[in-house]
Design a protein around this ligand. Structure first.
Ligand code: 5AD
Ligand code: FES
Length: 315
């Protein structure tokens, strides 16, 4: 494992030096029409207190982020029908107008190609849509029949064609995952060639069908991060919040295994706890400014250099 991580770090250093890029995450709605078996904010979870941020609240989060130095805003939410294409276009357009040079990343799920085209035209640059698993049977065991892996893959290729920098990814340790399905995840990444790859451990969430399933391990997650770095040397790979949740130094270990991104939260403190994809999520009680400082300290402590540049990645 140590030599795998050392090799992954060396590849990462070759392309990105010691820099770790910051992305400001705004979780703007926890409403979701989907029912993924693993996810804490699935539609059927009636225990969740639902919230939506207004355009004004979103812009305020961006303002705070900009003051703190962020050059990337990541707008993430459940698949919330309230946020129609028109509303998303309005939000993206408003952010684009206020911050002409910032990167705007969307993470709002599967949409028709035409919707993605409108978001791109409105000024969005990047799109995160984890494929979750590249194996059909595995996908069917994690999602209701209304969802399909084929559509998700199609979305990813469409996003790429439109011109987005695309992020795919998967959880490690999900129920029914095997070494074979993990290999298929890597093969899929190889084919898609995404600019970004999000990898985190599965963590059981209350009031979900998978609540009693075991979570993913730190070791296996780090191994997949390192292998992904070797497979896609120039990828932008976050040390995820989920990694930091299963181990106090999980994100740092992620960086040591080849990750080069952190995504601290910019959402208003009042709604942080409500965006609970999984249990015991860290940083829900901290202000955006606190997370910024805390992450900076953690990054430096491990010999890396916090960077607030836009960080589009190398070609
Ligand atoms: N544990 C870990 N990660 C989760 N996600 C959703 N539910 C969980 C969970 N229980 C991840 C999915 C999704 C991303 C936003 O969060 O991979 O794509
Ligand atoms: Fe959020 Fe440490 S990164 S408090």
């Amino acid at each position: 494992m140590e030599s795998l991580f050392a090799e992954a770090r060396a590849v990462r250093t070759e392309h990105y030096g010691k820099e770790v890029f910051f992305r400001g995450l705004i979780e703007f709605t926890n409403f979701c029409k989907n029912n993924c078996f693993y996810c804490g904010i699935r539609a059927d979870n009636r225990q969740v207190e639902r919230y939506r941020l207004s355009l004004e609240q979103i812009l305020l989060s961006c303002k705070m982020g900009n003051i703190l130095g962020y050059k990337t805003f990541v707008l993430q939410g459940g698949e919330d029908p309230f946020f129609s294409d028109d509303r998303v276009v309005e939000i993206v357009g408003s952010i684009r107008k206020a911050y002409p040079n910032h990167a705007i990343t969307l993470s709002i799920g599967e949409k028709p190609r035409e919707s993605y085209e409108r978001f791109f035209a409105a000024g969005a640059n990047r799109y995160l849509l984890r494929h979750e698993t590249a194996n059909e049977e595995h996908y069917a065991k994690m999602h209701p029949a209304s969802m399909s892996l084929a559509n998700r893959k199609q979305c990813l290729f469409a996003l790429k064609e439109i011109g987005f920098q695309v992020g795919a990814g998967f959880m490690v340790g999900t129920p029914f995952q095997t070494p074979q399905t993990l290999l298929e995840d890597l093969r899929f990444l190889e084919k898609l060639q995404p600019a970004m790859v999000g990898i985190g451990p599965f963590i059981p969430a209350a009031n979900t069908p998978f609540t009693d399933k075991p979570g993913g391990s730190l070791e296996q997650t780090l191994r997949m991060v390192a292998l992904t770095r070797l497979l896609l040397p120039k990828a932008l790979i976050p040390a995820t919040t989920a990694l930091g949740t299963i181990a106090p130094d999980g994100r740092e270990k992620g960086l040591m295994a080849g990750a080069n991104i952190v995504m601290p939260n910019l959402s208003p403190k009042a709604v942080r706890k409500l965006y609970s994809l999984y249990d015991n999520k860290i940083c829900t009680g901290d202000e955006a400014a606190e997370c910024r400082l805390c992450m900076e300290g953690r990054i430096r402590k491990f010999g890396f250099t916090p960077s607030m540049v836009r960080g589009d990645g190398v070609r």
